[in-house]
Design a protein around this ligand. Structure first.
Ligand SMILES: [Zn+2]
Length: 150
């Protein structure tokens, strides 16, 4: 395994801007966090992933930790191994939608549903943050799909 080199600042900046400063998994906004988001390797370096833009994603600390080196996870209903959401290949809105109350991410596809569980996208702490952010108009991010009320 090659030694881990620091990702150049210019590349890091591009990853942040491309992601609109959102965690590319849970769509938390870096703007309101205490801790800077991390640059995540979609395919880990240990599995020959690269340090190039097409293999990098912006992720919050929790999503990065939960995803770890995985690229797939077991779908609970079927027991099948399915790919995790890949921010470079998959469109967030095609796989996820906000619940009508805007607090929960609902998986629309097998990939989406498996990723919600594997990365704990609806963990209790983040629900509380979403609820607080919603009251001040910071959540959900503009343009995200939201389930209709009925
Ligand atoms: Zn996240």
């Amino acid at each position: 395994m090659p030694a881990r080199r620091p990702i150049p600042e210019a590349i890091q900046n591009q990853v942040h801007q491309r992601a609109n400063f959102l965690c590319e998994y849970c769509h938390a906004s870096e703007q309101w966090q205490y801790v800077a988001f991390t640059i995540e390797h979609i395919i880990p370096l240990a599995k020959n992933g690269t340090d190039t833009l097409d293999n990098l994603a912006l992720a919050c600390f929790h999503c990065n930790r939960k995803k770890s080196a995985r690229t797939t996870a077991i779908e609970p209903q079927s027991g099948a191994e399915v790919p995790l959401f890949n921010p470079r290949k998959d469109n967030w809105s095609a796989h996820f939608i906000w619940s009508a109350d805007r607090l929960f991410i609902i998986g629309l596809t097998s990939v989406g549903q498996t990723t919600v569980i594997a990365l704990s996208l609806n963990r209790e702490r983040v629900i509380n943050i979403r609820a607080a952010d919603k009251t001040v108009g910071r959540h959900p991010p503009p343009g995200d799909p939201i389930q209709s009320e009925n």
